[in-house]
Design a protein around this ligand. Structure first.
Ligand code: ACO
Length: 329
């Protein structure tokens, strides 16, 4: 059965985001590790990244993004039934960031949990929330992507430390009766994939059950790049096929922001103009699970994304995990 035939549709009624105050430019990084602004810009498109302050935790970033999204939605925190936080950088091993956000928002009802799919986390969390809504179990949901990747980086490894930043983005989903038409607003299709064989290409070399430490991010960048373009192109194509749309129907791709060259190569393989891709990697770098809602927030606020536009969210990350979501704004 086509994903378009459902009783409830998850409408995305608002978006919000938060970026830590401190900005770290490529030039400032080049003073501490052997790299240059030119190398980073040419290979990745990144010019700067935001870095959380001492004591500022993932749950703080997530809560600020959630407050902004709730304010844009015009609903109080008590109206939320479920919070899903996508993160690979929780404040603590447990409890979840989501329950901390729930408390910081002053909520005592509903339920909250984290989803761990690294850079694909927001797409995973969105799909999980969408399925709760389709099942008729919840009405209003906060889906948040929040990360403090600066805390996972080996700041002496120039191959990885230049690529990442901190931030958070959030959306509010609301269950609306589906019209089961291609013009329905909200989440029209989602697709998730993973393949654990590629663990060693992108992972963190620590954890409570292995080393009892937090560890550092390790990556074979070139191989990740190759898999990213192949997997993202395939998952976008499959998500379109699931819902009966064509690449030409997409108004905006809102991708995970890993590397400008990955974004452009994926769009080109899909036969899409790169002007249709929302790019924030220059300002935010790779914020993992936060990057899709951060990019969405930028393009909604600057007026590029308008009500009725067809959006494709796509992401790939450690695991490997990857996925996409087709959304009518
Ligand atoms: N500054 C200067 N030189 C550098 C730096 C740096 N920051 N980092 C690496 N180099 C050097 C390397 O040492 C190497 O030197 P050598 O030829 O003397 O050995 C040279 O640059 C080329 O290194 P490569 O790793 O082959 O460079 P590449 O063109 O592949 O770019 C990059 C590296 C930017 C990491 C790229 O592979 C990439 O973006 N991969 C995708 C990884 C990614 O985005 N992961 C994020 C998570 S997954 C995801 O989100 C999709």
């Amino acid at each position: 059965m086509s994903e378009l035939h459902v009783r409830w549709r998850s409408q995305v009624i608002a978006v919000g985001s938060y970026l830590p105050e401190k900005i770290l430019t490529n030039a400032a990084l080049a003073a501490t590790v052997e790299t240059t602004d030119e190398w980073i810009v040419e290979r990745t498109g990144i010019r700067q990244r935001h870095i959380a302050a001492d004591g500022e935790m993932t749950s703080d970033l997530a809560t600020e993004a959630a407050k902004q999204a709730l304010s844009h939605a015009g609903i109080p925190a008590e109206a939320i039934d479920m919070i899903v936080v996508a993160t690979a950088t929780p404040d603590e091993t447990f409890p979840s960031v989501a329950t901390k956000v729930q408390h910081k928002l002053g909520m005592t009802r509903g339920f909250a949990f984290d989803v761990q799919a690294v850079c694909s986390g927001f797409v995973y969390a969105l799909a999980v929330a969408d399925n709760f809504i389709k099942a008729g179990q919840v009405t209003n949901v906060l889906v948040i992507g929040a990360e403090t990747f600066s805390r996972l980086l080996d700041w002496t490894d120039r191959g990885t430390c230049v690529l990442f930043g901190d931030g958070a983005g959030a959306v509010v989903l609301r269950a609306e009766k589906a019209q089961n038409s291609k013009t329905d607003r909200g989440i029209l299709a989602t697709r998730l994939h993973s393949d654990g064989r590629h663990h060693d290409l992108l992972y963190v070399d620590g954890g409570p059950s292995s080393t009892r430490t937090v560890g550092h991010l390790r990556m074979k960048g070139r191989e990740v790049f190759r898999h990213a373009v192949t997997n993202l192109t395939a998952v976008v194509g499959d998500t379109l096929a699931d819902s009966g749309f064509m690449p030409a129907d997409i108004d905006w791709i809102v991708p995970h922001q890993a590397n400008r060259r990955i974004l452009e190569a994926t769009a080109t393989k899909l036969g899409m103009n790169v002007d249709r891709v929302i790019v924030t990697v220059d300002r935010h770098a790779n914020t993992s699970a936060a990057s899709v809602p951060l990019a969405l927030n930028v393009a909604v606020n600057d007026g590029r994304i308008k009500p009725g536009d067809l959006l494709m969210f796509e992401a790939m990350g450690g695991g490997f995990t990857w996925g996409a979501a087709l959304v009518r704004w």
